[in-house]
Design a protein around this ligand. Structure first.
Ligand code: GLN
Ligand code: ZN
Length: 745
């Protein structure tokens, strides 16, 4: 068996299947329509297909154990025995215990779900405490290795590394358990070696974020210990999503045989390698093909970088910058894309070819690779938009004085103290989804569709009036997704048919592609909002998705700075805000739930990001008159470094998630002198539970103690699209009654 790493590899591959087979099988299992054996058969088929695909593409080094029924961090938790007691004691079989941790059961809520670094993937947060009893359970990794061997394919099992695993965990000082956990990894590596596994990949992406010296020391110690095991596979420590900084010399100072660096998101890694001195004996796995975006690689530039790495290390292998988990499976499935666009794209399958090509070029010393990428068609360029952006002045991102705005808005809106509102969407019932699908399929014509959606809007307006809410919404029945809806209407965006990417568990998303200059063709939301407003005297809130969120949940062109693309989107939204205002809409909400999640992982990169992100939001929202009220909505309560940016958005009202954190956010806002309106969520809409009246009163009392009543709004944590009407009616009734009670006090 070869001990060399190989010339080309990928750090991981999509596991959902080309047609989301895994989603369908897992959901069928949950619904009782497929048994465990049936589910396992689908999974084994998908794994085999991936390995064969990679082998047939002539990829040298093929990963395994990248398959997951739900999440790879959860798989690692199971592999190290970190199953919290509350799940272990349910007495379920292994598979059902796994799904109980992922999804919760009646008696036990699931593990917390959170963002995987700055991507749109979500992982389950391990719960690690002083009493977590780690125990090696290499069964899954061994089984997958053996399955691939049956096909004649030798693979490299992948696990989340011990240091990153603990840094991602929550509990009472998880990192303090590193020494114990490393012994468990030692047992796993020994078991893999006994099964003949030549290489293992341990992912340590946590080290591309700011880390303390103690955490870097922990990494060094962990890999020294694993490196000195008498019987182990060769170790490849992979990093991705950015600059390894101090962690690179720390890893070089251990016996591990290979280290992976992301040279796309972390170009700094090249200098770090150069500064590290001669890299004898270590394989550097150079992440040259972007694993997170869908553009074809500029192979000439990638070869140049690769040649630089070859000059620094004797052993170099080419890989993707991160797992291909973050891109769709195969461009070949997209038969309806504009050929001028598709010739510029590469999905997972195409990226494997790029890696193989680059690996060969570096081995053979070929530096003349293919023609350069064709330049973008002139029709993708919009000189009118570019002209408008070039002519912008700082004043175009600035509204009038807030106190004055607030007075004018209040005169126009005449709202009571503690006004009540919702975040935008109302339940997306199966009937609504069916109607949208029928319209897409052409079996429901435009007139029928519009009538159906208008009926829904009317229903939502009547319900809100009956409940006694103060600022109403139209309910967003016409929106499949808050980004896709706008992407479908803007120039410069394309939609794919099969471009699905796993978001979490069985949930997949199909991000639009922003390929050219963005321009608004026609108003996008005005007819819905004005129809809703025509049904009531109460103000109806217009509802838009902000520029940062539109970028965050799309695949964005990489030929110009994100800031420029964000401003183009902002300009389209600015025009939309003006049209809404001209049509009589007095309140407009611009959602930015992604503002924090796209925050760069390293603090040094954050100010520049926040600067353009805030600037784009302000460009979108500052074109309206001072008596038009701008709201924004953010889906989280831990603001950390973004709190001053939230203030800088200069929205008149900000609604935020707060019910789980018991309104703590209000103190944080007070601490920075936040002066404008705020709506801390008083109902946790992520749970089917209806909050009792007294609980809402209690939350509001706490809020009134922290924020003057005239600046406080009463609303749920987020949109209601995932809830049912009975839950929504009961909960909103409590919310309105609680507001009235606290008002009276
Ligand atoms: N307006 C959107 C809704 O209510 C906001 C969703 C979100 O913040 N994620 O559905
Ligand atoms: Zn939200």
């Amino acid at each position: 068996m070869s001990t060399s790493f190989g010339q080309s590899t990928v750090l991981g591959y999509p596991r959902i299947g080309a047609n989301r087979e895994l989603k369908k099988a897992v959901e069928a299992y949950w619904a009782g329509a497929l048994d465990a054996a049936g589910l396992e058969a689908v999974a084994a088929g998908l794994r085999a297909e991936v390995w064969r695909t990679l082998r047939d593409a002539r990829l040298d080094a093929i990963p395994s154990n990248t398959f997951s029924y739900y999440d790879h961090v959860l798989d690692t938790a199971v592999a190290v025995g970190a199953i919290p007691q509350r799940f272990a004691r349910l007495g379920l079989g292994a598979l059902d215990t796994y799904f109980a941790m992922a999804r919760g059961v009646d008696a036990e809520p699931a593990l917390e779900l959170t963002k995987w670094f700055d991507t749109n993937y979500h992982y389950l947060v391990p719960e690690i405490n002083a009493d977590t009893a780690f125990a090696a359970n290499p069964a899954k990794a061994l089984r997958e290795y053996a399955e691939a061997r049956e096909l004649g394919i030798t693979t490299r099992p992948v696990l989340v590394g011990p240091a990153t695993f603990l840094l991602l965990a929550k509990g009472d000082d998880p990192f303090a358990r590193l020494d114990d956990l490393v012994e468990t990894y030692a047992a796993i590596l020994t078991a893999l070696a006994e099964a003949g596994v030549p290489w293992v990949q341990l992912d340590e992406p946590a080290y591309v974020a700011d880390r303390t010296p103690a955490e870097v020391d922990g990494l060094r110690h962990a890999y020294r210990r694993l490196g000195e095991l008498p019987n182990r596979p060769r170790i490849f420590v992979a990093s991705y999503f950015g600059d390894l900084a101090d962690a690179l010399p720390a890893l070089l100072d251990t016996p591990v045989e290979a280290i992976g660096v992301d040279l796309v998101a972390g170009p700094e890694n090249l200098n770090r390698l150069a500064a590290a001195g001669p890299l004898r004996g270590k394989t550097i796995v150079a992440g040259l093909v972007d694993g997170r975006n869908i553009w074809r690689t500029d192979l000439r530039a990638a070869v140049t970088t690769g040649v630089t790495v070859t000059g620094l290390a004797d052993l170099v292998s080419v890989s993707t910058s991160c797992s291909l988990l973050h891109v769709p499976v195969d461009l070949a499935a997209e038969t309806r894309l504009d050929p001028q666009l598709s010739e510029r794209l590469a999905f997972a399958r195409q990226k494997v070819d790029e890696v193989v090509l680059l690996g060969r070029a570096l081995r053979d010393g070929t530096t003349t690779l293919t023609a350069p990428l064709p330049s973008a068609p002139p029709s993708w360029r919009r000189d009118d938009i570019r002209g408008r952006l070039a002519a912008l002045r700082p004043g175009d991102r600035q509204r009038g004085d807030y106190a004055d705005r607030a007075d004018r808005q209040q005169q126009r809106l005449g709202l009571p103290e503690l006004p009540t509102t919702t975040i935008g969407s109302f339940p997306q019932t199966p009937a609504l989804r069916t109607a949208r699908a029928a319209h897409r399929a052409g079996t429901l014509d435009d007139a029928g569709y519009t009538a159906r959606m208008r009926a829904e809007v009317e229903h939502v307006i009547r319900l809100q009036e009956e409940l006694g809410l103060d600022v109403l919404v139209h309910g967003e029945p016409e929106r499949n997704d808050m980004v896709q809806y706008f992407g479908e209407q803007l120039d410069g965006f394309a939609a794919t048919d099969h471009g699905w990417v796993q978001s979490y568990g069985s949930r997949c998303v199909r991000p639009p592609v922003i390929y050219g200059d963005v321009a608004r063709k026609t108003p996008m939301t005005v007819t819905w909002s004005t129809y809703a407003q025509s049904l009531t005297d109460k103000p109806v809130k217009g509802m838009l998705t902000g520029p940062v969120t539109i970028l965050a949940w799309s695949f964005v062109r990489d030929d110009q700075p994100l800031a420029d693309t964000a401003d183009q989107v902002a300009l389209a939204l600015r025009d939309e805000c003006r049209d809404l205002e001209a049509a009589g809409i007095r309140v407009i909400q611009v959602d930015e739930p992604a503002l924090r999640e796209t925050l760069p992982l390293r603090r040094t990169h954050q100010p520049a990001y926040l600067d353009w992100a805030v600037g784009a939001f302000r460009l979108a929202t500052s074109g309206v008159a001072d008596d038009t009220q701008i709201h924004t909505h953010l889906c989280y309560s831990e603001f950390g470094e973004v709190i001053t940016a939230i203030d800088a958005l200069d929205a008149d009202v900000t609604s935020i998630e707060a019910s789980r954190s018991k309104m703590e956010i209000l103190d944080d806002l007070a601490a920075i002198g936040y002066q404008r309106g705020v709506g801390p969520g008083v109902w946790d809409i992520h749970s089917p539970r209806v909050p009792p009246h007294d609980e809402v009163v209690e939350a509001l009392r706490r809020a009134v103690a922290a924020v003057p009543a005239r600046r406080l709004w009463v609303n749920p944590d987020c949109g209601l699209k995932t809830r049912t009407y009975p839950e929504v009616e009961a909960s909103l009734r409590h919310l309105v009654a609680a507001a009235a009670e606290v008002r009276r006090a």
